[in-house]
Design a protein around this ligand. Sequence first.
Ligand code: T5A
Ligand code: NA
Length: 216
Amino acid sequence: FPDSAASKRGLLIVIEGLDRSGKSSQCQRLFDFFRLQGQRVRYVKFPDRSTPTGKMIDSYLTGKAQQDDHSVHLLFSANRWEAISSIKSDLLSGMNVIVDRYSFSGAVYSAAKDNPELSLSWAWNPEIGLLKPDLLFFLDISSEVAAKRGGYGAERYEREEMQSRVRELFKGLFDRLKIVVYQVDAGRTINQVAVDIQAVVKGTLANQQASTAEFE
Ligand code: T5A
Ligand code: NA
């Protein structure tokens, strides 16, 4: 792409973290932040439970259906692959895209299961080729604080011992990928966390270094 087109490309911003770390609340705040600046922005949440793969995932997560561990893992990945071309074209049209959970959740939640066949590297494989985020935030919170927040415990993976494994696996995956990740202390108020995230986004908008790299 010519330089002028590249500089107009939107940012791909991913917010990751444990269950109840406040990802959706922060995505909403960041969405409002872009709108206030008069910038075009889209909010994407994975899993997207509205599509056919998303409906199967939802039945599994809510305990209405059983699934083979490998199979449900690939459904989560397919749920991202089916969205990626529209995300790509929005980014190229200059829209910023905020993503609530992404490939990192995909790999670590499967690898955290009591199934030795789902290693972290096996679980990462189907993510190869998906777009790499321009900015990646990890909302860090202790499982004890997360457990005190609303609605905890309703879905399949929301057990404390699973959450501590997930936390360690996230850190291991970020190290392995050598990806830049902004760790945010998510145990504070929604406002305090939002201010930290916005400061990083503002800095990036000022330099506008968006690229179109893919996961390897
Ligand atoms: N999963 C996901 C996989 O296994 N593979 C995959 O590929 C993907 C993408 C569902 C499950 O699927 C797994 C991971 C999950 O176990 P989900 O649909 O993202 O994933 O889960 P949700 O239940 O929607 O979201 P979370 O539980 O992760 O919650 P959030 O988004 O982190 O938190 P949020 O913002 O919704 O807030 C939760 C509550 O806390 C309050 C909010 O008001 C709300 O009540 N809250 C705060 N309270 C105090 N202080 C703060 N700073 C707060 N921030 C939020
Ligand atoms: Na959420």
